[in-house]
Design a binder for this molecule. Structure first.
Ligand code: NOJ
Length: 547
């Protein structure tokens, strides 16, 4: 059926979306109250970050019970109602599926730590120490070491994210069976699919060998020991056969360090593994090197070409782990609106399922807090400790935390400009971004030139033109700052011209002079003449033409 290829996805970070019971945290009834908003935007596939029971050390990416809803978010009845209400509106709902690891408070883990003989012992990676130290020198994503010592049985357990997120041992068939049972339970309920968290981490390099020492550090981070391990495809195929394959649902993979060749392996139809994986190469590039329009179009073009007719991707420029789009790829100040609209244009004219992260449809910039106490994110706290240990001064450290800490995109949603932005009537769990309170839904609905209205228009255009979803892709020759491409098939020929720059730039193409050329959308108010085959684009100008 592949309905998800035509979907427009909207990601909800539930703790920060809408608080219905005024306890300062978002909840399911809050989401229900905003379904019409999402529908009106034009999105029809909602991905909700984890809402299962959890001690919330990583905001739900540490699940302590896969079969219950965390009380902060509501009840299973609330969830059932959400599903029903979404379905009534012809919208689908996918949950996050966090199965590379559980919480250290999950009953499986508690059992497993009880004794070496416990039947659950082998659900996780327990190992003896080496010379009184950790079993190997792996560093974790959110913690100094990937191993945690447990006195009770005098062994260590593995958590490549943090001690609160022990890795499940997928080598154990009983673990897999239990997970598949749980997946089927949700799908039988009518859930429309899952976004699979860190799913290419489920197979580790056998023997868990030490990492190459680096810079004299005791613990070394090297993803190659636990990403795309030797059994990853076998496990995914088995999971697909036993779960997704028997339901009308979508399986969206969050795969780390993925490139187009790997993406095809994960998503080719005949391989029966996943339906799509997110594109992260451009966001990873940004993280390492900063803005670079030339690289952006190179990376995206490569994905578009390599996956066409072979695989499928979820396109995103931001999410709850990444900076806001205008902060990373666009411009926060003078060209905030223009750049937000430019990236909306790009997101919605590429092949792949577009994902809009809550608040990006308003063109929100990153949130920045002054002190480490304002941060909740487990990774921001590690970064802070790390920089302190290395002797950096507080100002430098906080700059780094503001840039890399994940709370930059997790502050409460901006619904209106009341004290707590219409998110709640009490102080939210994390400070709202009041510096940008004017950027909100209520204002945006009233402004004809708002980013929100532009998103709506672009979504309508995509929905009316399957060429933009399935058509061929061709990159057009231009200077580095201009990202120009064609999407075309027998039904249409679209020219997308984006000036990814704060300067004006010229673009020249023979198709521009054609009498038949028609402007479909333009993110600047002034029209321009299409008489000549050259146009001068304003900073962050985006134009879609039909020729
Ligand atoms: C990826 C999720 O997006 C992130 O938020 C989380 O911290 C890690 N996986 C661990 O589950």
């Amino acid at each position: 059926m592949d309905w998800w290829k035509k979907s427009i996805a909207y990601q909800i970070y539930p703790k920060s979306f809408k608080d219905s019971n005024n306890d300062g945290k978002g909840d399911i009834r809050g989401i229900i109250s905003k379904l019409d908003y999402i529908k009106d935007l034009g999105a029809d596939l909602i991905w909700i970050s984890p809402i299962y029971s959890s001690p919330m050390k990583d905001n739900g990416y540490d699940v302590s019970d896969y079969y219950t809803i965390d009380a902060t978010y509501g009840s299973m009845e609330d969830f059932d109602e959400l599903l029903e209400q979404a379905h009534q509106r012809n919208m689908r709902v996918v949950m996050d599926l966090v199965i590379n690891h559980t919480s250290n408070e999950h009953p499986w883990f508690i059992e497993s730590s009880n004794s070496k003989e416990n039947p659950y012992r082998n659900y996780y990676y327990w190992r003896d120490g080496k010379n009184g130290e950790e079993p190997n020198n792996w560093a974790a994503y959110f913690h100094e070491t990937a191993w945690t010592y447990d006195k009770k049985t005098d062994q260590y357990y593995l958590g490549v994210f943090s001690p609160y997120q022990p890795d499940l041992n997928w080598e154990n068939p009983t673990v897999r069976k239990d997970l598949y049972q749980m997946i089927n339970w949700w799908l039988d309920k009518g859930l429309d699919g899952f976004r699979l968290d860190a799913i290419n981490l489920i197979s580790k390099v056998p023997g868990l060998p030490d990492n190459q020492p680096k810079d004299g550090e005791k613990y070394v981070f090297d993803h190659t020991k636990f990403v795309d391990g030797p059994r990853v495809h076998e496990f995914l195929k088995e999971m697909n056969r036993q779960t997704f394959n028997n339901h009308d649902c979508v399986a969206i993979g969050e795969c780390a360090y993925v490139h187009p060749g790997k993406a095809v392996k994960f998503t080719a139809k005949e391989r029966s593994e996943l339906d799509m994986v997110f594109t992260f190469e451009h966001t990873d590039y940004y993280k390492a090197y900063g803005k670079n329009p030339k690289k952006l179009k190179e990376i995206i073009t490569n994905w578009q070409k390599e996956l066409h007719n072979k695989g499928w991707s979820g396109i995103c420029f931001s999410n709850h782990d990444l900076p806001r789009i205008v902060t990373s790829f666009g411009h926060e100040y003078q060209y905030r609106k223009a750049s937000a609209k430019l990236f909306a244009t790009l997101l919605l004219t590429l092949e792949g399922t577009p994902f809009i992260y809550q608040g990006d449809e308003l063109g929100l910039p990153d949130t920045r807090y002054e002190t480490i106490e304002d941060y909740d994110d487990i990774s921001a706290k590690k970064l802070y400790r790390e920089k302190k240990r290395l002797g950096f001064d507080e100002t430098t450290i906080m700059k780094a935390v503001q840039k890399h800490g994940r709370d930059r995109s997790r502050s409460p949603m901006h619904w209106d400009n009341s004290q707590y932005l219409g998110f709640s009537t009490v102080q939210p769990w994390i400070k709202p971004n009041t510096a940008c309170s004017d950027i909100n839904v209520a204002n945006s609905l009233n402004q004809s030139d708002s980013v929100l209205n532009y998103y709506k228009e672009m979504i309508t255009i995509r929905k009316a033109n399957p060429t933009l979803v399935f058509g061929n892709y061709e990159l057009l020759d231009s200077k580095d700052e201009i990202f120009a491409f064609r999407r075309f098939d027998e039904k249409g020929n679209f020219l997308i011209i984006l000036n990814v720059s704060e300067a004006e730039n010229e673009f020249l193409h023979p198709l521009l002079g054609k009498n038949s050329a028609k402007v479909i959308i333009n993110n600047y108010p002034k029209d321009f003449s299409l008489k000549q085959n050259t146009i001068t684009l304003k900073p962050y100008q985006a134009i879609v033409l039909h020729v």
